[in-house]
Design a protein around this ligand. Structure first.
Ligand code: NDP
Length: 403
């Protein structure tokens, strides 16, 4: 049905490539390209069967990307490299008239700031070119946007309160490791928190607000309010939302190590001179931490990510909780990955499938919640991320009285 070019041979890229390879009726030809070709080859060998072509590409370089896209001529490019590469890959897609998908919004390398403005600015150019850019199609952002639009479509006239809750209750047995790219992960966690309330953003100190939240099959875990990019698109696309927050769990040990790293300057993104050479401390730190793709073996426990919503239906108050739990060990047995890579890589595959099978159509730059959620929800159940819902039960996030 279509050819895809996957860029980025990390934890997420490996899962998406594995899943796409298993669906030859949808993904007729697959190329995996990344900065380090040997990583693409290792993934292709693991999958076997000569289904995956591989290539080396520097995704910061638009002309190199354009040349590769012209040569392979895919119907869609899946950007599973880093947020820094979003704009260069979008530029190459525009130059070649190719559809685009990613899982994280653009961040400039020298400022730890993530917002959609840079990518939304491509709207008219993508429309004029008649191609589609699907933004944020991992789990969060991604499935959380689809869960929200599914809830709006089926259970609410108006959503008023949205809490996205993200728990990783797994144990990888390492002293300190991040579950996705360490540089991006640490930039996200160490910046100020932010949530939407009554038409404006409210800022908090990093990890300032926290409380225990109960997660299905897991129990109570301390959860920290963070800013997360889907809050920006969801409050724009669902303007009835009065308050939108994002919560993520961290163990005390993780926070202690992170604090020490911060206090010693190891998480800084300001370049320093080291033995006459400029280096960025956070990039150096990344190079000594385990790679996300290497964490799968021996990882035990589950993730639980979902949306807890409150609003009105037919003039009456209504609540809805939709979530998925994913087991690290089950995922490892299936494809050698850990659950954080899996919960991102599977939705990226499904998003590409939605476009290639004409279930998500149009031209322009769109966030996932702008499409019909139903076929995507159906595929989550089929391809490894089954979801559950509870309607009109007390929401676990609401540990304080209703406001
Ligand atoms: P990894 O660090 O494991 O993989 C990133 C890959 O991108 C590496 O193979 C890396 O190459 C490659 N890469 C980096 N820079 C370039 C470049 N200039 N040109 C070509 N390739 C490049 O990260 P993850 O797989 O964990 O994460 C991938 C993406 O998914 C990130 O953007 C992350 O933010 C996002 N994500 C989204 C989530 C969601 O739910 N929406 C959740 C988790 C992650 P090399 O190996 O040579 O360094």
């Amino acid at each position: 049905m279509g050819k895809i070019l996957i860029i980025g041979a990390g934890g997420v890229g490996a899962v998406t490539t594995f899943k796409c390879a298993g669906l030859p009726e949808v993904f007729t030809e697959i190329m995996l390209a990344s900065r380090t070709k040997s990583k693409c080859d290792a993934i292709a060998n693991f999958i076997g069967g000569n289904r995956i072509q591989t290539a080396q590409v520097d995704a910061d370089n638009v002309s190199e990307l354009t040349e590769l896209i012209k040569k392979f001529n895919p119907d869609m490019v899946l950007n599973l490299a880093l947020p820094y590469q979003d704009l260069s890959i979008m530029d190459a897609c525009l130059a070649t008239g190719t559809n685009y998908l990613d899982t994280a919004n653009y961040e400039p390398k020298d400022v730890a700031k993530f917002e959609y403005s840079w990518q939304w600015a491509y709207q008219q150019r993508f429309k004029d070119a008649g191609i589609l850019a699907v933004l944020g199609c991992g789990f969060d952002p991604g499935v959380t946007g689809v869960f929200t639009s599914y809830a709006q479509k089926h259970y609410f006239d108006e959503i008023h309160y949205l809490d996205i809750v993200d728990c990783n209750a797994g144990d990888h047995g390492k002293a300190f490791a991040t579950n996705f790219n360490p540089e991006i992960n640490i930039r996200e966690i160490t910046q100020k928190g932010k949530y939407w309330e009554n038409g404006q953003w409210k800022e908090t100190e990093p990890l300032e607000i926290h409380k225990p939240i109960h997660y299905p099959n897991i129990g109570e875990r301390e959860s920290y309010l963070l800013y997360h990019e889907e809050l920006e698109s969801l409050t724009k696309n669902f303007p009835s939302i009065k308050r939108a927050r994002f919560w993520m769990t961290f163990g005390q040990k993780y926070i202690n190590v992170l604090e020490v790293l911060q206090q010693t300057g190891m998480t800084s993104i300001k370049p320093i001179l080291y033995e006459g050479r400029e280096i960025v401390p956070l990039q150096f730190l990344k190079s000594v931490l385990p790679e996300p793709a290497s964490l799968g073996k021996g990882y035990k426990g589950q993730t639980s990510i979902g949306c807890q919503l409150r609003g009105i239906k037919n003039g009456k108050p209504q609540t809805c909780y939709i979530w998925n739990n994913c087991d690290h060990e089950v995922v490892y047995k299936e494809c050698g990955a850990q659950a954080v890579s899996y919960t991102t890589g599977v939705p990226a595959m499904i998003g590409a499938m939605m476009v290639l099978t004409n279930q998500w159509t149009g031209a322009g730059v769109m966030n996932v919640e702008e499409f019909n959620p139903d076929p995507f929800m159906e595929k989550l159940n089929l391809y490894g991320l089954p979801w559950h819902e509870e309607i009109n039960k007390k929401l676990p996030v609401e540990t304080e009285p209703y406001v």
